[in-house]
Design a protein around this ligand. Structure first.
Ligand code: DGP
Length: 121
């Protein structure tokens, strides 16, 4: 699955082939609510075009600007979502990182007091 080149569920969301609650969109990325929220507010920020970024650890020099844009967008949408008291950005990478969708995505979680550390047990 990881490098199959097949469209991911997120490609289908970008193409509007399956529905999602989109809260931000520009020419490079899309932010939409996670279908299985792990906090009161939980949304994902994804690149519209995967361009090899199935996972963060596939990042190359050419991806630097896009990665910066995704991170910048995460905090901008977090503010729009009222997360001014703080929030968490998570990227799960690979099997040990519990990644399930191989299309790079930033999780943004907040809207409540979060705990730390995350699941390492
Ligand atoms: P990860 O485990 O980091 O690969 O997280 C994948 C996330 O994607 C997970 O929190 C659930 C979310 N997700 C999976 N399928 C869908 C979908 O069809 N719609 C939406 N909105 N979220 C999805």
């Amino acid at each position: 699955m990881e490098n199959s080149g097949e469209p991911t569920i997120f490609d289908k969301i970008v193409a509007k082939e399956i529905p999602a609650t989109v809260i931000y969109e520009d020419n490079l990325c899309l932010a939409f609510r996670d279908v299985a929220p792990q906090a009161k507010t939980h949304f994902l920020v994804i690149p519209k075009i995967r361009a090899g970024l199935t996972r963060l650890s596939n990042a190359e020099e050419e991806h630097k600007a896009l990665l910066g844009h995704l991170l910048f967008t995460a905090q901008r949408v977090a503010k729009d979502e009222g997360l001014g008291e703080g929030f968490r950005v998570v990227i799960n990478d690979g099997v040990q990182g519990c990644q399930s969708v191989y299309h790079l995505h930033l999780h943004v979680l907040g809207g409540q007091q979060l705990t730390w550390p995350p699941g390492c047990g």
